[in-house]
Design a protein around this ligand. Structure first.
Ligand code: GRF
Length: 208
C-alpha cells in the first residue's frame, strides 16, 4: 500500500476525484495519507478534513525565499513518507531538489493536451483562454511526471475534449475538468500504485 501525498492550492476538485476513486476501489494499492496546501483556506483542505485525511499548510508567503519554501516542503514529504506525490491544482513550482529525490514519483495534471498551451504562465483559466483564442477544436488534459521542465515530464495519460462554438473559458474549463481531469488523474494514480507505469528513455509506458 503506497502512501500518497496530494499537493493542492485551490478548490480541490481533482483531490475529490482521487478521494472518490480511493473509496470506490479504483485506487486499490495506494492511500491518500496527507494533503498539503500552498494556501491557507483552500477549499481542498475542507475536502480532506471531511474525509479524515491529515492536512498541512506550507504557504509560500510564510517563507523569505523559494529555497526555504522548497526545503520545508521536502521535509514535510519525508515526514509523511510519501511514496507518490500528486499535484492536484497545485500552483507552486516544485524545486529541483524535490524533483531529484522523487524522480518519476511526482504526478501532475495539466488542463491541456501537452505540448499545446503549457509551460510557464499556462495554468488554470489562462490555459482555456489561450485555447479559445487560438481557435482549437479539441483540447483536453494531460497527466505527466514532473521534471525540471515546467509541464515537460513524461506523459502518462491524455484525454481529449471537444471545444464548442459558444464556449467561454469557464465553460470549457469545467468540461475539461469533468470529462478529462477527473477521469485520467485517478486512473494514472491507480496505474502507478499497481506498478503499471514504466519510464524508458524519458517516455512513460502503461504496462498491460
Ligand atoms: C483547475 O484549473 C484545473 O484545470 C487545474 O487546477 C485548477 C483547480 O483544480 N488542474 P482543483 O479544483 O483545485 O483540483
Amino acid at each position: 500500500m503506497l502512501n500518497i501525498t496530494v499537493l493542492v492550492s485551490g478548490s480541490g476538485t481533482n483531490l475529490q476525484a482521487l478521494i472518490d476513486a480511493q473509496k470506490s476501489g479504483v485506487i486499490k494499492n495506494g492511500r491518500i495519507t496527507c494533503v498539503i496546501s500552498s494556501k491557507d483556506g483552500a477549499y481542498a483542505l475542507e475536502r480532506a478534513k471531511q474525509n479524515n485525511i491529515k492536512v498541512r499548510v506550507i504557504s509560500k508567503k510564510s517563507f523569505k525565499t523559494t529555497e526555504e519554501y522548497n526545503g520545508a516542503l521536502l521535509s514535510a514529504l519525508r515526514e509523511e513518507k510519501a511514496d507518490l506525490i500528486v499535484l492536484a491544482g497545485f500552483l507552486s513550482i516544485i524545486g529541483d531538489e524535490i524533483i531529484k529525490e522523487y524522480e518519476n514519483r511526482i504526478i501532475n495534471i495539466h488542463p491541456s493536451l501537452i505540448p499545446s498551451f503549457c509551460g510557464p504562465g499556462f495554468y488554470g483559466l489562462h490555459v482555456h483562454e489561450q485555447a479559445l483564442k487560438y481557435g482549437v477544436k479539441v483540447t483536453g488534459a494531460t497527466v505527466h511526471f514532473v521534471s525540471s521542465v515546467v509541464d515537460g515530464g513524461a506523459i502518462i495519460l491524455q484525454k481529449a475534449v471537444e471545444v464548442k462554438n459558444d464556449d467561454t473559458p469557464e465553460i470549457l474549463q469545467r468540461r475539461v475538468m469533468e470529462q478529462a481531469e477527473w477521469v485520467i488523474l485517478p486512473w494514472a494514480v491507480a496505474l502507478f500504485c499497481d506498478g503499471k507505469i514504466k519510464v524508458k528513455d524519458g517516455k512513460a509506458y502503461i504496462m498491460p
